[in-house]
Design a binder for this molecule. Structure first.
Ligand SMILES: [Zn+2]
Length: 70
């Protein structure tokens, strides 16, 4: 039985996290220094933002209450 897991992708097939061009090893997970810098800029702008997962949890709790009320 062969264990051919499609989730395992060779690093050279990775795409740039910003523009989806092929990743360059030196700048991974980006294709170029420009993309890396752009992403770093975003990251610093959004430092200390509340994680999205927390907002989802709140939504779920509110939805549950709505269902109970109806
Ligand atoms: Zn890129």
């Amino acid at each position: 039985m062969e264990d051919d897991d499609p989730k395992v992708v060779p690093i050279k097939l990775r795409k740039c996290a910003r523009c989806e061009k092929p990743v360059v090893h030196e700048f991974r997970p980006f294709c170029s220094r420009r993309c890396a810098n752009l992403d770093l800029g975003n990251w610093f702008d959004e430092t200390y933002r509340v994680p999205v997962e927390d907002a989802d949890g709140l939504d779920d709790a509110l939805n549950d209450e709505d269902l109970d009320a109806t």
